[in-house]
Ligand binder design. Structure first.
Ligand SMILES: Nc1nc2c(c(=O)[nH]1)N[C@H]1C(S)=C(S)[C@@H](COP(=O)(O)OP(=O)(O)OC[C@H]3O[C@@H](n4cnc5c(=O)[nH]c(N)nc54)[C@H](O)[C@@H]3O)O[C@H]1N2
Ligand SMILES: Nc1nc2c(c(=O)[nH]1)N[C@H]1C(S)=C(S)[C@@H](COP(=O)(O)OP(=O)(O)OC[C@H]3O[C@@H](n4cnc5c(=O)[nH]c(N)nc54)[C@H](O)[C@@H]3O)O[C@H]1N2
Ligand code: SF4
Ligand SMILES: [Mo]
Length: 741
């Protein structure tokens, strides 16, 4: 007998609602949930393979514990006993920083990853925190922190209403979008064009997204900040700025005008490899559009000037009056956000409050660059990382110089991984704690709803009951928190109870809260839900911007109400709310923040720089997901291969034929890959995807190991960073090719 069950897809940021077919405890099919209030039936090939991803026979089914150097199956009690016994002494002997924490991408795709790491970090108080953000969006957090005073105040393009989208360094037709949660991103772009709007794509590759665009601009990699500075220049030069109501809320306009003076279309165009007239046209079109949004992603973040580019994206949105207006770039308001507080000055945002021990890199958002993790493990001295807690991360493949990190991890005193696979990173753990497959987990998108192009709320309970001997990932994380913070043995829901106590305690003391002056214990007793995570969700919903405020608004959201709407509740289009968002010390948007101004000379110097030879960029394939879906047969192979894209002119010059093996050399290392000749890359640019290199011993990834590919990040030694955010430069670095045939 088969049945159906709803599950929000955790495989990318689009958060599509899926209808799963379940036979017994096995997911045998997945289709788009047509009634989902947000995704309305959309599904992509990854979502369609949910059953295969879920049922991958290589997934670990029980904890592993290292005995005499070998990882063997163990009981959960044994695993957590070992964590407590080995981590605590490191902290007691060497201090809080002796234990590092690494959080990878799937933490934003699980409830556990949202609910527990903050508690863990609060308890550990280590400064050695590393996450995928410094391989990804940290530049945006920093620019938003500096502009708006809140690193999470990230405006998203109003895809469904805009007249003009200027999209840089993103390929949503393959990635399905990022920091812009929009199920069926491709359909939304097509709708933009159908209603007469324009799509401009800036990408050194002619991607599927670029092919859909009205205009494709292919600059030299790494030069987006120059292009954006030139667009800003033209807006001032041609008197095209029109801030409208924003003018009242923004400081530093004249300073920005002065600072972009040198970035003429001629000067920037020469560096970007673009026609200055085309730059002028881009600026005029942006200014002339009734509404417009500028949106930059990976290709504008993981580059030399990532923070400056991220900042300029919003400078342009502001100068054209498009920030915080329908059709422009708006701040979502998710159901589990804090309820808006009155406008006014805030605490502001600072970077570099402390520095990494070895390289002296400044923190950003309490994180150190993941590119320097290896040196922090290897280098003896006070504060050396001796123990490591890794959750949902595979930095051996996703961060620079995996070989070095591989060696460093092998030298740790103790490492624990929360991971469903024994892979390139988790193979170094002394304890591996495997979460159940996604069908057995409940799902709520705490993070992605805050970047969604429409406000809505959806929650799906586990589609399949937890298998015998399994622990829910929330319970795994809760027990990890207890084991790592000296409370080993306490019941797992003690962690949730603690958070609930603290949160409600704060709320009842906050005059702006709907529950001000009430009794926290009484409120806690009113929370509903089957378990700790559900009670926390109920609490967040009820205290949130659409919440019932524990009765203050009887029509407001509660967990019960959300559960009664299995396809979700639509909360309407994005609405202007800048004043609520701004948390700078001045209470105004700071258009030219100090750290940005200090980094601008570096960008000015880049006006005169030209690459001596080829430069490399990455790419994502529709059926990939960073480093961890290559083990799924239907998602691997075909056009999803680890080949080096080379432009025909470059191939001819170097005497390379399609399929030839070639050595790619960069200043950080080298790899060998087959050539795929294509004019989809700009001349002078080559492209190699990331997440490959599944040929290390001691892993359990049978399918991936058959076509391992090579690790592009082996070309990097971790020394190329965007200085303001500590983000690794993964795109636009020089390489040399050597024919191997
Ligand atoms: N050269 C280059 N490198 C890049 C990028 C690039 O564009 N170019 N992109 C970067 C970006 S944007 C990112 S986000 C990073 C990603 O890098 P990471 O954060 O390291 O993420 P993944 O490579 O996706 O590895 C995810 C890990 O989580 C595990 N996992 C899967 N599902 C679950 C789950 O439900 N629970 C738990 N606990 N674990 C799970 C997987 O088995 C895997 O070990 O890679 C970065 N690296
Ligand atoms: N199918 C699939 N989907 C995914 C993922 C995946 O691995 N596979 N990963 C997920 C994750 S973690 C993330 S963060 C998102 C990322 O989603 P996106 O931000 O859309 O990232 P990419 O698809 O890597 O597209 C980045 C584009 O930037 C271009 N580029 C490179 N250098 C430059 C440059 O200097 N300037 C400009 N303008 N462009 C440049 C590249 O050619 C590429 O087309 O995707 C998510 N979705
Ligand atoms: S677009 Fe993303 S969320 Fe939607 S089905 Fe595909 S992988 Fe899942
Ligand atoms: Mo990412």
């Amino acid at each position: 007998m088969s049945r159906t069950a709803l599950r929000i897809c955790p495989l990318c940021e689009a958060t599509c609602g899926l209808t799963l077919t379940v036979e017994g405890t096995r997911v045998t099919g997945a289709r788009g949930d047509r009634d989902d209030v947000f995704s309305q039936g959309f599904i992509c090939p990854k979502g369609a393979s949910f059953g295969e991803v879920d049922g991958d026979p290589d997934r670990l089914t029980a904890p592993l514990v290292r005995r005499n150097g070998v990882l063997e199956q163990a009981s959960w009690d044994e695993a957590f006993d070992l964590v407590a016994a080995r981590l605590r002494p490191l902290i007691e002997e060497y201090g809080a920083n002796a234990v590092g924490v690494v959080l990878g991408n799937p933490n934003v795709h699980t409830m556990a990853g949202a609910l527990y790491p903050p508690v863990l970090l609060g308890g550990l108080r280590t400064r050695n925190l590393f996450t995928a953000s410094t391989l990804d969006q940290m530049p945006k957090h920093v620019s938003s922190g500096l502009l708006f005073g809140d690193p999470f105040a990230i405006p998203v393009p109003d895809l469904d209403r805009t007249d003009h989208l200027l999209l840089l360094g993103a390929n949503p037709l393959e990635s399905n979008g990022s920091l812009c949660t929009a199920p069926d991103f491709p359909g939304r772009l097509k709708a933009l064009r159908r209603r007469g709007g324009t799509l401009t794509v800036v990408d050194p590759r002619r991607t599927r997204t670029a092919k859909l665009a009205d205009r494709h601009v292919a600059p030299r990699p790494g030069t987006d900040a120059l292009l954006l500075a030139a667009l800003t220049h033209v807006l001032f030069e041609e008197k095209l700025t029109s801030l409208g109501e924003l003018a009242e809320q923004v400081d530093g306009l004249a300073e920005v005008r002065d600072t972009v003076r040198e970035f003429t279309p001629e000067a920037a165009g020469a560096a970007c490899g673009l026609d200055p007239d085309e730059i002028r046209v881009l600026a005029r079109e942006l200014a002339a559009a009734p509404t417009a949004a500028v949106y930059g992603r990976i290709g504008s973040c993981t580059v030399e000037h990532g923070t400056l580019a991220s900042w300029l994206v919003d400078v342009l949105n502001i100068l054209t009056g498009n920030l915080d207006r329908p059709g422009g770039a708006l701040f979502p308001l998710s159901a589990t956000d804090k309820a808006p507080r009155p406008a006014g000055p805030g605490k502001g945002f600072a970077i570099g409050r402390w520095r990494s021990r070895v390289g002296g890199h400044g923190e950003a958002k309490s994180e150190l660059p993941i590119a320097v993790l290896a040196e922090e493990i290897e280098t003896p001295g006070e504060g050396q990382i001796r123990g490591l807690i890794v959750s949902a991360a595979n930095p051996v493949l996703s961060a620079p110089d995996g070989d070095r990190l591989d060696r460093a991890l092998a030298g740790l005193d103790f490492m624990v991984s929360v991971d469903p696979y024994l892979n390139e990173t988790s193979r170094h753990a002394d304890v591996v704690l495997p979460p159940p497959p996604p069908s057995q987990s409940a799902h709520f998108d705490f993070a992605f709803n805050t970047f969604a192009v429409r406000n809505q709320v959806r929650y799906t309970r586990a589609a399949v009951p937890l298998a015998e001997g399994r622990l829910d990932e929330c319970e795994i994380h809760a027990r990890l928190v207890l084991a790592a913070t000296g409370m080993h043995g306490a019941p797992a829901d003690a962690v949730d109870a603690l958070v609930i106590d603290r949160t409600l305690g704060k709320a009842v003391a906050d005059p702006h809260s709907a529950v001000y002056g009430q009794d926290a214990k009484t409120l806690a007793a009113r929370l509903t839900g089957e378990n700790g995570p559900e009670r926390r969700l109920d609490m967040m919903l009820r205290l949130g911007p659409y919440g019932d405020g524990f009765g203050a608004d009887p029509d407001g959201l509660t967990l019960e109400r959300v559960l009664a709407h299995p396809h979700g509740i639509d909360l309407g289009p994005l609405r202007p709310r800048l004043a609520q968002v701004v948390r700078t010390r001045s209470g105004r948007v700071e258009l030219l923040p100090g750290p940005i101004a200090d980094d601008l000379p570096r960008l000015r110097a880049a006006l005169d720089q030209r690459p001596a030879g080829l430069v490399l960029v990455g790419r994502r394939h529709l059926r990939s997901n960073n480093s961890w879906l290559h083990n799924i047969p239907s998602l691997n192979g075909g056009s999803n291969r680890c080949t080096l894209h080379v432009h025909p002119e470059d191939a001819a010059r170097l005497g390379l034929a399609d399929g030839d093996p070639v050595r790619v050399k960069a200043d950080g290392g080298e790899v060998a890959a087959p050539v795929e000749i294509t004019d989809a890359v700009r001349e002078g640019v080559v492209s190699l995807p990331h997440g490959w290199g599944h040929n290390r011993p001691g892993t359990r990834l049978g399918v991936a190991a058959e076509q391992p590919g090579v690790n592009v990040n082996q070309l990097l030694d971790g020394s190329r960073l965007d200085p303001l955010s500590g983000t690794a430069v993964l795109n636009g670095f020089p390489v040399e090719l050597v024919a191997l045939r």
